[in-house]
Design a protein around this ligand. Structure first.
Ligand code: XUL
Ligand code: CO
Length: 433
């Protein structure tokens, strides 16, 4: 045991009336929700980067956190892993996620970085063997180092494309070895700062071919997990090619990958794109590309990607409702791609941020499940579209425009508008919150 979380107990479910700070009030892993354990529904994951690698900087100031594992040696990377697994144990989370740069020191060359990654993958493999927590997804950090400043697969320099290929190959191999259930690609620098120096067509073509190569390699090594794209409209780039779910779907179709690649949807990114989180989830589900979620929210006023822990269960219930309507997670899960605020210096802050986030999601899941089980909302939705089940309506979709048009005079159609019942349905929803 390290000293870092000394004195902090393992968190247990104590129910909504618990007066203990270190307790779950809603997250009860074994409780059955719609016939399935809550832990198996939510599939929580801790993000290694924000909890253990982020120093607390913002655009106006640098590091605020002082962690005993900060530094660029393998010994410190192992200490970081020790502390990370201590936190996973305290929280009882089933999963974690990491980028290469979070778990290993950067080397002077690619070969040295790769040696460091291999050594840390050995270490993480041993940790996973002796702990409950397993890998939800792995990924590569192709945004932080200056070599990526003009993009990874979309870089104007083909040598950087090669470096990106080597980096993703190494990380996919590592994820495969650690039994990861997904591999995520988030293209923070796959976009542009100014169109005036950018060949947008070439960059998109390179990104498409790159993704095909990733999928080909996944099949070659027998990786059974899902490949996930994480949409985001901007930040750090002014414009990112994986703007939102709809844009990603068009991109996947263009490169023949819509049956191979799904999405990891982040609430904060949905907000930046001008959508709600539940819209992005519902759209991905309807397109057959829903994979996983990053549950961190943004501040609605600041307009930045603030990566805050969820603390608003009515809002999250809308998201979990769409996830449950879509049949729930398969390989995906609920990742806290969230960081404590830079003034939250204490080890306890890290633990309690996750406790609050897990409780918020658990409460949201229970509301969503109760609403679904009652069928009240779904019955209304079915009734609203019921006339599409009639033969005349179905025939219109298989026939042409003229046949559909002919119905108007042949049947003397004069459609009478009906209430959308929005306020009544919102009141209904509030009954379950
Ligand atoms: C950045 C972001 C990433 C991805 C993984 O906004 O969300 O941390 O989740 O690279
Ligand atoms: Co994310």
């Amino acid at each position: 045991m390290t000293e870092f979380f000394k004195g902090i107990p393992a968190i247990r479910y104590e129910g909504p009336d618990s007066q203990t700070e270190y307790a779950f009030r809603h997250y009860n892993p074994d409780e059955l929700v719609m016939g399935k354990r809550m832990e198996d529904h939510l599939r929580f994951a801790v993000a290694y980067w924000h909890s253990f690698a982020w120093p607390g900087g913002d655009p106006f100031g640098g590091q605020t956190f002082e962690r005993p594992w900060f530094g660029d040696t393998i010994a410190l990377a192992k200490l970081k892993a020790d502390v990370a697994f201590e936190m996973f144990d305290i929280l009882g989370v089933p999963f974690y996620c990491f980028h290469d740069a979070d778990v290993r020191p950067e080397g002077a060359t690619f070969a040295e970085s790769k040696r460091h990654l291999d050594e840390m993958v050995d270490y993480l493999e041993a940790k996973q063997a002796s702990h409950k927590t397993q890998l939800l997804w792995g990924t590569a950090n192709m945004t932080s180092h200056r070599r990526w400043m003009s993009g990874a697969a979309t870089n104007p320099d083909p040598d950087v494309y090669a470096y990106a290929a080597a980096t993703v190959k190494a990380n996919l191999d590592a994820t495969h070895r650690l039994g990861g259930q997904n591999y995520v690609l988030w293209g923070g620098r796959e976009g542009y700062e100014t169109l005036q120096n950018t060949d947008l067509g070439a960059e998109r073509a390179h990104a498409g071919r790159f993704l095909q190569q990733v999928v080909e390699y996944k099949h070659k090594i027998g990786f059974k997990g899902a490949i996930l794209i994480e949409p985001k409209p901007q930040e750090p780039s002014k414009h990112q090619y994986d703007y939102d779910v709809a844009t990603v779907y068009g991109f996947l179709k263009e490169f023949g990958l819509e049956r191979e690649v799904k999405t990891n949807i982040e609430q904060g990114h949905a907000i930046l794109a001008g959508h709600s989180f539940e819209h992005e989830i519902a759209l991905a589900a309807s397109l057959g590309i829903f994979g996983s979620i990053d549950i961190n929210r943004n501040d609605y006023q600041s307009g930045w990607d603030t990566d805050q822990f969820p603390n608003n269960h009515p809002e999250k219930a809308l998201a979990f409702y769409e996830i449950q309507r879509a049949g729930g997670f398969t390989t995906g899960g609920t990742n806290f791609d969230a960081k404590v605020r830079r003034q939250s210096l204490d080890p306890a802050d890290l633990i309690l941020a996750h406790v609050g986030g897990m409780d918020t999601c658990a409460r949201a899941l229970k509301c969503a499940a109760a609403m679904l089980e009652s069928d009240e909302l779904e019955a209304n939705r079915r009734a609203r579209y019921a006339r599409w089940e009639t033969p005349a309506a179905k025939a219109m979709l298989s026939g042409g425009l003229e046949a559909a048009a002919a119905r108007v005079t042949a049947e003397g159609l004069e459609p009478q508008p009906k209430s959308g019942r929005q306020e009544r349905l919102e009141n209904l929803w509030n009954k379950y919150i």
